[in-house]
Design a protein around this ligand. Sequence first.
Ligand SMILES: Cc1ncc(COP(=O)(O)O)c(C=O)c1O
Length: 419
Amino acid sequence: MDRRNFLRLSAAVASYGLTNIHAISHAQEQVAADDLVYWKTIIDQYDVTDQYINLEAGYYGIMAKTVMNAFMKHNQYVNQNSSYYAREHYYDDYAKIIERLATKLNVGSDELVLTRNATEALQNLIVGYNKLNAGDSVIYADADYDSMQSEMRYLNTFRGVDVVGINIPEPAAYQSILDAYQKALDDNPKCKLLLLTHVSNRSGIIVPAKEIISMAKERGVDVILDAAHSFGQFDFDFNDLGADFVGFNLHKWIGAPLGVGMMYVSKDRISDIDVFHGDETGNTDINARAHTGTMNFATVLTVNDALDFHESIGIRNIGARLRYLRNVWVDAVINNDKIEVLTPQDERMYAGITSFRIKGKTSMEDNRELAKILFDKYKIFTAAKTGLNNGSYIRVTPGLYNSRDDVAALGNALNEITS
Ligand SMILES: Cc1ncc(COP(=O)(O)O)c(C=O)c1O
């Protein structure tokens, strides 16, 4: 931060007296993504280490302090009241949280069930999808999450279907992604099920989900949507996507404590997912599709507090801020011909997550080494990752706790390393 900005910020913070989130409840209005004063008040809501710059918010979301405090209170309350709470109050509290999430997504509360994470929701959807016959085919892509890919491959053993893996073109573009899915569907007329990841955890690419789902449905192909990275990261109209089977988590971008996810199945499709391991709740009840056993009650209760915090900023502001932070470092390296940014410069296709590699450095060792240099020399934490067809890469995910300076430091470091 330069001196002028620093002085401006100090004066403004002093005069606003901004110390907590309640002081900024005007934030549902649109706030500029680079508004230093406003976003400093948000950064101050997080307790993050000052030992390094954490640009790996993609694994799970750090809870804001208010959320963390509420979580500790819920934990204490649940521990004090144990089974009295569980038997007398938990189910009402759970129902209210489901109701709130259903209102947020504009779906029925009988179309949602909480799970322990997105993996549980998606695995149950993939293995539970009971419209497959031997000889049908199913499709997934290299940009999908590892354990969802293996779950799709398992359908070969479990349902006797042919499993087709496709690669998202690199460099990717809106149209080339649509073309890749269209070709996959055209080439596989026996396809009945497609796994689609709304935001790839590998490349950060937001796929044209609405168009792909509609293209699939026109051909009688159902889609299981992995929304682990989209819900809470940027604004989209869930209903407009036309998705019937969706897995979410709430511990990434909603900012709830670790250990809570959610499954959505549209009401008229619930019986197309098998009840979980013979659950006897009922064939038309979504709760029979995710039999979690005892959940962490305090974690579930804290979903409310996480939503309060999230909504006090507003999803449009959150999406715009994450895109802005992403753009600060990407703009600094986009003309560096030694760096390949894997997430397209098309605003429809990215939010906060973006991946890159140094050209030609495609092995995991190369990328681990680069991540180590970034950490050891520049104190910047990123994630070296594998899994894309064209090789390994580094994933960068800023969070709301990051400042402009944090992401600018990455841009500077990359230019210095490649100079
Ligand atoms: C695209 C995607 N799908 C699914 C998951 C699994 O999420 P969870 O940790 O909630 O099981 C992740 C986690 O990183 C992910 O990135």
